[in-house]
Design a protein around this ligand. Structure first.
Ligand SMILES: *[C@@H]1O[C@H](CO)[C@@H](O)[C@H](O)[C@H]1NC(C)=O
Ligand SMILES: *[C@@H]1O[C@H](CO)[C@@H](O)[C@H](O)[C@H]1NC(C)=O
Ligand SMILES: *[C@@H]1O[C@H](CO)[C@@H](O)[C@H](O)[C@H]1NC(C)=O
Length: 438
């Protein structure tokens, strides 16, 4: 707790000092390098909607029908770009086989309307919504057969949309797919063996997250290879991946905690970024997961190395890490979290779900978050020489948030789920509008 308070004061001090010395005024779009992209982000399952039933994301934000209106909102704010995902099952309802032309038409309309309004589409090919039939047929990401099926689906996207889409993101947050879906079992397909498997109907938290991560990495590398060889020379787009990671700070200055901090990062970002850069998993994962961690052949390793034009980092918050080598809970869990040998404690919590519309529109906390984040991002670019190209806000609208359902509201726009999904600008919309105009 003490540490948390010190950390917070330290952060504010640094930000305050930087503003004072560097600029004497608030940042705006003009503070960023020429061509720096500002956008908002979304995903198909959380936004599009299907049929009328509020028990899951079947309606979501009904962006399937309301996209023209939503594009007006982005344009009005002054955003340059929109990151959205294609739903695999809209293109291939069975995962493979017959193409669904209505799905192709929908994304053509969305892409064309974005471009007509001067908004650059950034398209995520897979944002967690696996076609059910691939889960039924061969357990989806657990089976290497998925690599071929994903490659066919991705290639269809390049063929159909690549003349206009210049930024492709193969996967959103592979770490979350592996850990939430196959380790703790909180998200689809809800597999786990932690706590003796009482929470889940099947799974193995000690092995499946690594198999799934492995198949995702190989799917990514295969698709990037195809894009670079067959599509990029003519379409001239770029392709990358979005990885999520927390940042970690050691809970104390002890060497054990400092090492645990590095391991926590290895088991978050390193798990996916090291294969993409170096062709193999971090050595701490090789040592600690040992024979449960799949290996890459020489050919696979070469295919992975450098398989991106850019890397997206989805960053939420920062945790304290401490060493956890003899933790009984960790042994009982026998999963990827225990494998890291680090326990973590979150520094802060940013979301207030239960609010009236009136209160929800006054989102000063969100404004402060973006202002502080962008100020420090700019310092990373200008002072540390980091090559950062853009900033995408999650999210344009309040939306269906996986296990939290409709109870959390991350949007710049408030969505009234009780009144025809009407959108209302929160104060953060005004803040961004002003920030982007100046
Ligand atoms: C800078 O922005 C913050 C957040 O919007 C605001 O509270 C503050 O008044 C602004 N300061 C100046 C000098 O404009
Ligand atoms: C999907 O699979 C089912 C059963 O395997 C089949 O009856 C149906 O025709 C397939 N639909 C498409 C669009 O391929
Ligand atoms: C953890 O799970 C793996 C894979 O099922 C198993 O081989 C290993 O014995 C388990 N470890 C413990 C401590 O239960």
């Amino acid at each position: 707790m003490m540490k948390g308070i010190n950390g917070l004061i330290f952060a504010i001090f640094v930000v305050g000092l930087w503003i004072q010395i560097c600029c004497g005024q608030n940042i705006s779009r003009g503070s960023f390098p020429e061509g720096f992209v500002f956008g908002t982000a979304s995903s198909a399952y959380q936004y599009e909607g299907k049929v009328v039933d509020f028990s899951n994301a079947d309606v979501a934000n009904d962006q399937y029908h309301l996209y023209s209106e939503d594009i007006k909102l982005m344009k009005d704010m002054g955003m340059d770009a929109y990151r959205f995902s294609i739903a695999w099952s809209r293109i291939y309802p069975n995962g493979t086989g017959q193409i669904n032309q209505a799905g192709i038409d929908h994304y053509n309309n969305l892409i064309n309307t974005l471009l007509a309004n001067g908004i650059e589409p950034y398209v995520t090919i897979y944002h967690w919504d696996l076609p059910q039939s691939l889960q039924d047929r061969y357990l989806g990401w657990l089976n290497p057969q998925i690599i071929k099926n994903f490659a066919i689906y991705a290639e269809t996207c390049f063929k159909e949309f690549g003349d206009r889409v210049k930024f492709w993101i193969t996967f959103n947050e592979p770490l979350n797919i592996a850990v939430q879906g196959y380790d703790v079992g909180l998200q689809a397909p809800g597999r786990c063996s932690v706590l003796l498997g009482v929470l889940c109907q099947g799974g193995n938290s000690a092995t499946e997250p690594y198999i799934v991560g492995h198949n995702i990495l190989l799917s990514h590398a295969t698709v990037v290879d195809t894009y670079k060889k067959k599509y990029q020379p003519e379409q001239r787009g770029s392709i990358g991946i979005s990885l999520n990671s927390y940042w970690y700070e050691p809970a104390t200055n002890s060497p054990d905690d400092i090492q645990a901090t590095q391991r926590a990062l290895d088991f978050n970002l390193g798990w996916f970024i090291e294969p993409l850069i170096l062709g193999d998993y971090p050595s701490s994962m090789r040592t600690r997961v040992a024979s449960r961690l799949p290996s890459f052949s020489k050919i696979e390793s070469t295919l992975l190395k450098g398989s991106f034009d850019f890397i997206g980092i989805n960053h939420y918050t920062t945790w304290y890490a401490s060493n956890n080598n003899i933790n009984i809970v960790g042994v009982l869990l026998n999963d990827s979290l225990a494998d890291s040998g680090a326990s973590t404690l979150r520094m802060d919590d940013g979301n207030n779900p239960l609010q009236s519309i009136k209160d929800a529109l006054k989102d000063q906390k969100r404004i402060k978050y973006h202002n502080d984040y962008l100020t420090n991002l700019l310092a990373a670019i200008k002072d540390d020489g980091c090559n950062v190209k853009g900033y995408f806000v999650w999210s344009l609208l309040d939306n269906w948030e996986w296990q939290a359902g409709f109870s959390s509201r991350f949007g710049l726009y408030y969505v009234d789920y009780n009144d025809k999904l009407k959108r209302y600008a929160k104060d953060s919309v005004k803040w961004f509008k002003n920030f982007l105009a100046s």
